[in-house]
Write a protein that binds this ligand. Structure first.
Ligand SMILES: N[C@@H](CCC(=O)N[C@@H](CS)C(=O)NCC(=O)O)C(=O)O
Length: 223
């Protein structure tokens, strides 16, 4: 059995959970707070980051969400998430990088720093200017999703792909932290609400981080 070391608001762990669930791969959740730098976890992943995935029986450890997703894409045929022509696959990877890197740097990372890390670990006051800037950037990213969904049914093309999982994972964490204003983003909201009702997404939406509660619309599939 695979053991996924993660915490509920880690967007990279969420992407891996969505992929494992879509592909029908069983796993156990192991709660890991990477900032604690626990010895046992550091031995498993010297980079000290979540997600890390470990299979005791097979003695395999996988780290880094993209490496993990590619591993299962290469080894499990069900629900292909990086498929189509070489150009289609390049487009999927471009968008995965956009959400993993840019969306995280612009939106999810700053929100996690201000609203989770400062509150739970650093005990520092929130910087409201940084929060406003993260929300402004979220708006710009949602504009781009609106544009993509105006032109294609899913973010990277005709079928659901890893690009959709990467985007939905980041957006769900930003939404939990109150960083998303859905008004004026009908296309993005429609695309995201389809995700919210998928069986792979429901367990993520029902989890809560101690102390930090999401806004009321967060788990509402009709919102
Ligand atoms: N590129 C990595 C990023 C992983 C990452 O940044 N994880 C965060 C939590 S969401 C973390 O462990 N941060 C702790 C640290 O960087 O010390 C991936 O895709 O897995």
């Amino acid at each position: 059995m695979w053991q996924l070391y993660q915490f509920p608001l880690c967007p990279f762990s969420r992407k891996v959970r969505l992929l494992l669930s879509e592909k029908g791969i069983a796993y156990e959740l192991w709660r890991e707070n990477p900032w604690d730098q626990r010895d046992e976890f550091m031995r498993l992943n010297p980079a000290g980051r979540t997600p890390a995935l470990h299979n005791t029986e097979r003695d395999i450890t996988l780290v880094d969400s993209r490496a993990i997703c590619e591993y299962f894409e290469e080894t499990v045929d069900k629900a292909p998430m990086i498929n189509g022509t070489a150009a289609n696959r390049a487009e999927i990877r471009r968008l995965v990088a956009l959400f993993d890197e840019n969306f995280f740097a612009d939106v999810t990372g700053p929100l996690l720093h201000e609203k989770m890390k400062k509150r739970l670990f650093l005990r520092q006051p929130v910087d409201s200017r940084a929060l406003r800037e993260a929300m402004r950037m979220a708006d710009a990213h949602l504009d781009y999703i609106d544009y993509l969904i105006d032109n294609r049914p899913w973010l990277a093309g005709a079928t659901m792909s890893l690009a959709d999982l990467a985007a939905a994972a980041q957006i769900s964490v930003a939404d939990y932290l109150g960083g998303i204003d859905w008004s004026d983003h009908e296309q993005a909201r429609g695309w995201y609400s389809v995700f919210k009702s998928r069986p792979s997404f429901r367990p993520l939406l029902s989890e809560r981080m101690d102390v930090i509660q999401p806004p009321s619309h967060y788990a509402d599939v009709n919102a």
